[in-house]
Structures are given as structure tokens and as C-alpha cells.
Write a protein that binds this ligand. Structure first.
Ligand SMILES: C[S@@+](CC[C@H](N)C(=O)[O-])C[C@H]1O[C@@H](n2cnc3c(N)ncnc32)[C@H](O)[C@@H]1O
Length: 228
């Protein structure tokens, strides 16, 4: 098994969008960042100290503006969430939601998740991982930039507990089918029903999901469990 998280480590799964954080988002970053953001370091942090307790921990990759993230964390107070995003306005937006909803069980890392998984999450640690509407990289020559592929799945396997789940959603049919194929190829994750599944009741809709629905895209969901 290739131990690299991504087959082309120099190629990123994201493009930094140009949009600037609003004044409200900047305020949230300045005032709440020190409490809820964890700086990227090539050192394993002690997440139980950071969250102030021992609780099941879920990784969310690419939370965008954090609307669904905040709702899920609010609805699951007994779970902690490590939320990774590179987009600064999204960090500010999620921090503002954390404040308005009184959320305590989210910490944010502003960095490439590929490096965060490699450096900042202990082996056998995560109870789950959410990847909602990852960048689809539609053109064939860009498929190598897709995040969800075997090396990512292998690294996630390494840092996941034996009972961990992986929840994926996409509105881009080609990427949804690709994710099923990569899961099967990995041999590490058992797909529930060996196919797409029904939406899980607790997943709120996301901003990118709304954009997909406006274009009449079908939403595809995949739930997988770590293979024994
Ligand atoms: C298409 S958006 C979806 C956002 C959100 N999940 C939603 O459904 O509205 C994908 C997000 O993933 C983030 N992203 C992509 N690759 C990433 C990576 N390697 N590390 C951290 N964030 C990443 C992007 O910045 C972007 O905000």
C-alpha cells in the first residue's frame, strides 16, 4: 500500500479562493481564533487537553462556510470535531456560528488536511470522518487532484479507530462513482450496502449542496466502515 496520503503530494486538492473575509469574519478570527483554532504544527497535539475531555472525535474535511458543521456539532454535544479548511472567510464564518450557537466541541485547523492527517492526528484516534461535497475536479486531467483516493483512504484508515465510519457526499455523479471505486480499490473500508446510501437523518444540507441542487444534480451519499 502506498503510504503517501496523496499520489502527487505537490498537487493540492484545493485552490485558494480569492474572496476576502468580511469585517465580521475577521473579528471572529481575532476574538475567537485563539480559543477555537489550533495552529498547524508537525507535532502531535494532545487533543484531550485541547478539548478538555476524552470524547469520540470526528474529523471534518473542507467545511466551507461551516453551516452544516456547526449544526452537527450542536446536535452532538458528546462528540468532539476537528474541522479542517484552508479558506479564511470560512474559518471566520464557522467561528461566528460557534459563538452564536454557544458551541464548545469544535476546534479548527486552517491548513491542508493532507498534512494535518499526517502530522496532527494520532493512530487509531478518529471515530469518524465527514467529507461533504469535496471539490469535484471535473476535467479528466484534474482527477489526480481529487482528495478522496486510495492514499487518502489509507491514511484515514491509519488514524481511525476500529469502529470508525467515513461519510461522503457529492453532487457530482462522476466523483461519487469514483469514490465508490476508490473505496473498493483500497480494500480498507466496507461500503454500507456496497453502494450509495440514503441521507443520514442528522446531516444538514450544505452550501455547495444547494448549488448542486439548483443545477438539478443528484446528491449521492456513501457511508463506509473501517474494515477489521
Ligand atoms: C466544494 S467545497 C464544499 C464545502 C462544504 N463542505 C459544503 O458542502 O458547502 C470544498 C471545500 O474543501 C476545502 N478543501 C479542499 N481541499 C482541502 C484540503 N486538502 N485541506 C483542507 N480543505 C480543503 C476547500 O477550501 C473548500 O472550501
Amino acid at each position: 500500500m502506498n503510504s503517501d496520503l496523496h499520489p502527487y503530494p505537490a498537487i493540492r486538492s484545493y485552490v485558494l479562493r480569492q474572496s476576502r473575509a468580511t469585517a465580521a469574519q475577521e473579528r471572529a478570527i481575532q476574538e475567537l481564533g485563539p480559543q477555537f483554532c489550533v495552529p498547524y504544527r508537525e507535532v502531535l497535539p494532545d487533543w484531550q487537553v485541547i478539548f478538555g475531555r476524552a470524547a469520540p472525535c470526528v474529523l471534518e474535511v473542507g467545511f466551507g462556510m461551516g453551516h452544516a458543521t456547526a449544526q452537527i456539532a450542536k446536535a452532538k454535544p458528546d462528540t468532539d470535531f476537528i474541522c479542517v479548511e484552508v479558506h479564511r472567510p470560512g474559518i471566520g464564518a464557522l467561528l461566528a456560528r460557534i459563538e452564536s450557537l454557544g458551541i464548545t466541541n469544535i476546534r479548527i485547523v486552517q491548513h491542508d488536511v493532507v498534512a494535518v492527517m499526517r502530522s496532527m492526528i494520532p493512530p487509531d484516534y478518529l471515530s469518524g470522518c465527514h467529507v461533504f461535497f469535496p471539490d469535484p475536479w471535473q476535467k479528466k486531467r484534474h482527477h489526480k487532484r481529487r482528495l478522496v483516493q486510495v492514499p487518502f483512504l489509507a491514511e484515514l484508515y491509519r488514524i481511525s479507530r476500529p469502529d470508525a465510519y467515513l461519510y461522503l457526499a457529492s453532487d457530482w455523479e462522476d466523483y461519487a462513482v469514483w469514490m465508490l471505486d476508490e473505496l473498493r480499490k483500497s480494500g480498507l473500508w466496507q461500503i454500507d450496502g456496497d453502494d450509495f446510501c440514503k441521507p443520514v437523518a442528522w446531516r444538514p444540507s450544505t452550501s455547495f449542496e444547494h448549488k448542486g441542487l439548483a443545477k438539478a444534480h443528484i446528491i449521492r451519499e456513501i457511508m463506509a466502515k473501517k474494515q477489521p
